[in-house]
Design a protein around this ligand. Structure first.
Ligand SMILES: C[S@@+](CC[C@H](N)C(=O)[O-])C[C@H]1O[C@@H](n2cnc3c(N)ncnc32)[C@H](O)[C@@H]1O
Length: 211
């Protein structure tokens, strides 16, 4: 539980202030690899708690590219605040987070208030928080956290309208878990929030490349 995540910076080749997109809990990084390849002008970062998986992803990115992609360690509930400066991230993607079903884990939430505050501090105005899950209760629990009146000052607005799910995948990338969910004929429960954007609209800098 000791904070040990390190700051991550874009490579020089992308210019001074590229669009920054972050996958939280990226596992093998399939979404991050696809997004970085589809959008070479963006800086894509995959963050993961398992050091061995981080090292594997880093080695693969070094060997295969693309150059606009980086992987690093984070424990989302402990040290995400150390990775990015305030107002420096354009989109966070939290895809198929581990659900916590056991009674002893009931206090563990997919998005806890501290993490939500850090995400909102690090997002640029008009930035996006994108969450998807194959477990309805997980998506609903995240919505309950984000759409609770106490979280209103953070400035996140559901882009599908209050308590609305987003249909389809508007991103030019798909995670491994989304592949398996769709292959099983199961539904993906997707929610998208814009920081400071009006409900029902798309944030100015959001990824809305159609599939
Ligand atoms: C179910 S997998 C989903 C992987 C990928 N996003 C996908 O959609 O295919 C969840 C991932 O989150 C990681 N994870 C779990 N808790 C985490 C935490 N506190 N901080 C960072 N990553 C975490 C796990 O190690 C795992 O790789």
């Amino acid at each position: 539980m000791e904070p040990r995540a390190q700051p991550v910076h874009p490579p020089a080749g992308l210019g001074g202030d590229p669009r920054v997109e972050v996958e939280l809990g990226c596992a093998d990084g399939q979404f991050s690899f696809q997004l970085a390849r589809a959008c070479p002008e963006r800086f894509v970062v995959g963050l993961e708690i398992r050091d061995k998986v981080v090292a594997q992803n880093q080695a693969r990115a070094r060997a295969e590219g693309p150059r606009n992609l980086a992987f690093a360690y984070v424990n989302l509930n402990v040290d995400l605040d150390r990775v990015f400066a305030p107002r420096s991230v354009d989109a966070f993607h939290l895809l198929f987070p581990d659900p916590w079903f056991k009674a002893k884990h009931h206090k563990r939430r997919v998005i806890d208030p501290w993490m939500l505050e850090v995400i909102c501090q690090q997002l640029r105005p008009g930035g996006e928080l994108h969450l998807a899950s194959d477990v309805y209760e997980v998506a609903l629990e995240a919505m309950a956290e984000i759409e609770d009146p106490s979280a209103e000052p953070l400035g996140l607005r559901n882009l599908a309208g209050p308590w609305g799910f987003w249909r389809g995948n508007p991103f030019p990338a798909q995670s491994r878990r989304e592949d398996t969910t769709l292959a099983r004929g199961q539904r993906v429960w997707r929610v998208r929030y814009g920081l400071g954007a009006a409900a029902g609209s798309t944030p100015s800098s959001a990824s809305t490349v159609g599939r």
